[in-house]
Design a protein. Structure first.
Length: 78
């Protein structure tokens, strides 16, 4: 597995779909079990980073929708 700093930089560049898909795979691997403690912890940490990346994308999308709705309200005189 890559160094943690390298992995975090890699994950920071992921789009939503890629982060989500990789998170799904991490969860499946953890659910299957059979990993030693270090492997499980490394996967869990990657999963946390992927989940945070997904949340960043969702928060950005939420902000864009709220901004668009605000502009519409202003244009409509509300």
């Amino acid at each position: 597995m890559a160094e943690p700093e390298t992995e975090m930089a890699e994950i920071a560049a992921f789009g939503y779909e890629r982060a989500r898909d990789e998170l799904v795979n991490v969860v499946k691997m953890l659910e299957q079990g059979g990993l030693d403690l270090d492997e499980s912890l490394a996967l869990w940490e990657r999963g946390e980073a992927l989940a945070n990346r997904c949340e960043e994308h969702l928060a950005g999308a939420r902000k864009r929708v709220e901004d668009a709705l605000s502009r519409t309200d202003l244009e409509d005189g509300k």
